[in-house]
Design a protein around this ligand. Sequence first.
Ligand code: PLP
Length: 411
Amino acid sequence: MITRTLNSADLAIFGAPPLSARRLPLGQHNFPDWERYEARFRDIFARQYYTNHGPLAQALEARLAEKLQVRHAMCVTTASIALALSAQALGLKGKVLVPGFSFVGTAQSLAWADAEVEFCDVSRETGHLTVETVEPHLRDGVSGILGVNLWGGAADLDGLSQLAAQRQVALYFDSAHAFGCEVSSKISGEVSSKISSEAGREARNRPIGGFGRLEVISFHSANILSATEGAVICTNDDDLAAHVRNIRSNYGMGRPVPVGKTGNGRLSEAQAAIALMNLDDFPALVERNRRLYDTYSNLLDDVPGLRLCAPQGVSVSNYQNVVCEIDARGFGLSRDALLAVLDAENVTAEGARGFGSQCRRADLPNTAHWCESILQLPIGAQVDTALIERIAAVIRAAQRHASQIAGKLGV
Ligand SMILES: Cc1ncc(COP(=O)(O)O)c(C=O)c1O
C-alpha cells in the first residue's frame, strides 16, 4: 500500500494545518445506531426500572456467560471496582504479585483489600507475565497472582495456571482489554484444583474469561464492548461467585454468604442496554478493527525503528489496540518526540500514560523498556482507513525528517 509522501513543511509541528480538524481520540468508542438506542431507552422509560439488577442487566449477564463459556458472569460498574471486589471475594492476604507493566488501576485495586502489591517484571518480547518472570517471586507470604491480559493479547495462561495450581496461590486476571479474545489452551475452564489433571488434554480455542479463579473484563468505552462504563467478573467457581454477588451489593444478592465488606458496584439498566447493543454488533466491530489494524500494518511495515506489536499469546484477537514499539536509535526520534509530532496533528496517541511509577524501577528492566518505548495509535469507531493513511504518512515523514524535528523540539 502506498501513502502520500509528506515533506517536513506538510507537518503541523512546522506550522501546516493539522491532519484532523477535530481531536482524534485513542479508544474504540463504539456507539450503536440512534434508532436502536432510542428504542432500548423507550423500553427502560416504559418500565421505569433504572437499576438494581433489572431485566437488561440480567439479560446481559446471561449472554456474556454464554459467549465467554463461564458459569457466572457478574456485571459491575467499572473494572477498577470489579478488581477491588474480586480481591475481597478471593480473601487475599499478604503479598499479591502484579506485573509492573500495567495500568495503575491494576495494582491499586489491592489497596482496597488486605494485601500488598509485589511487582514482577514482564517478558521483553511480549510485555506480559510469564512463568519465568513470576516464579522467583513465589515465596512464603504470597497469596495471589493478578495476571494482566493487555491490548487484545494474553499472558501465558496455561503456564501461569499450572504454576499457580502447583504453588496453591490464587491466580486471577485483569483482562480489561480482552473481550472476545481466545487462547489455544489445554486447561478446561474448571476450578484451579483440577488443573494439573487437565494439563494433558488437547489444546482448543477457549475464550478469555474462564481462566484462573476469575477474570475481570472492562466495558469502558475505550474498549471494544462498551457499556459507557462497566465491567464483568467471570468465574466457574460457584462459591466465589456467591461471594462476589454478596460484596457487589450492600444488600447482597443470590445465595447469602458471610462477607466482611460490601459496596455498590451494580450496573444500571442504561449501561446494560448499551452493552447489549454493542454485543449484537460485536462481530462487525471486530472485523472493522481487523481491517484498520491491517491497514496500519501494511503502511508501517518498513518504517525503520518502528515495530507494530501484534496481539500476543492469543489465537483470536479483538484488535482493539494498535501498539508500536519505537526504537529511538533506529527511528531517529524518541517515542515522546513522535508523540509531540502526532499531538500537533490533533491525533491522540499515547505512551504508557497512567502506568504508574514502577515504570521507572531499575529492578523491572523490561517494564521500564516497554513503558519508555510503546506508542499507542488510534483505532476504533472514530477513525477510518483514509485517516489511518494520513497518520501513517505523518509517522513516515517524522522518521525521514527526524533531525529537523529534533532541532525544532530542542531534543
Ligand atoms: C489494564 C487495565 N486494567 C483496568 C483498567 C480499569 O478499567 P475501568 O476503566 O473499567 O475501571 C484499565 C483502564 O484503562 C486498564 O487499562
